[in-house]
Design a protein. Structure first.
Length: 112
C-alpha cells in the first residue's frame, strides 16, 4: 500500500495527547524551538505580544501549553527572562482567524 501523506499538525498534537511517543517527541522538539524563537524575538525587539496562529491554532492548548511550559522553564533560569517572558505575552489566535486580512485593514487605516 502507498503511504498517506495527509498528516496534519493537529493529527500530531492529538497523537501526542493520546500517548504516541514519536508524536510526543515531535511536540517537545517543536515546542523547544518555537519557545526559543519567541524568547529571541521578545528579547531582541521588546515586542509587547507574540501572536501565534495558522493551522496549528486548531490544536489549541495541546500546541500552546508545551510552549508556555518551556518559557516558564526559561523564566526560572534567568532573572532577565523572568521579567521579559511573561505568559501574558503569548496569544493563540482562534482557528480560522484571518490575520492577514486584519493586518491589511489595520495598515490601510493607519495610512489615512
Amino acid at each position: 500500500p502507498q503511504p498517506q501523506n495527509n498528516l496534519t499538525a493537529d493529527d500530531v498534537y492529538r497523537a501526542a495527547q493520546s500517548g504516541d511517543s514519536v508524536a510526543q517527541t515531535i511536540v517537545r522538539r517543536v515546542s523547544y524551538y518555537l519557545s526559543h524563537a519567541i524568547q529571541w524575538l521578545i528579547m531582541s525587539y521588546d515586542v509587547e505580544k507574540v501572536v501565534l496562529g495558522g493551522g496549528v491554532a486548531q490544536s489549541g492548548p495541546a500546541f500552546l501549553d508545551p510552549i508556555l511550559s518551556e518559557l516558564s522553564r526559561m523564566r526560572a533560569e534567568s532573572h532577565l527572562a523572568e521579567t521579559m517572558l511573561g505568559a501574558d505575552k503569548i496569544m493563540l489566535l482562534p482557528y480560522g482567524f484571518n490575520a492577514g486580512v486584519w493586518g491589511a485593514i489595520t495598515l490601510a487605516q493607519k495610512g489615512d
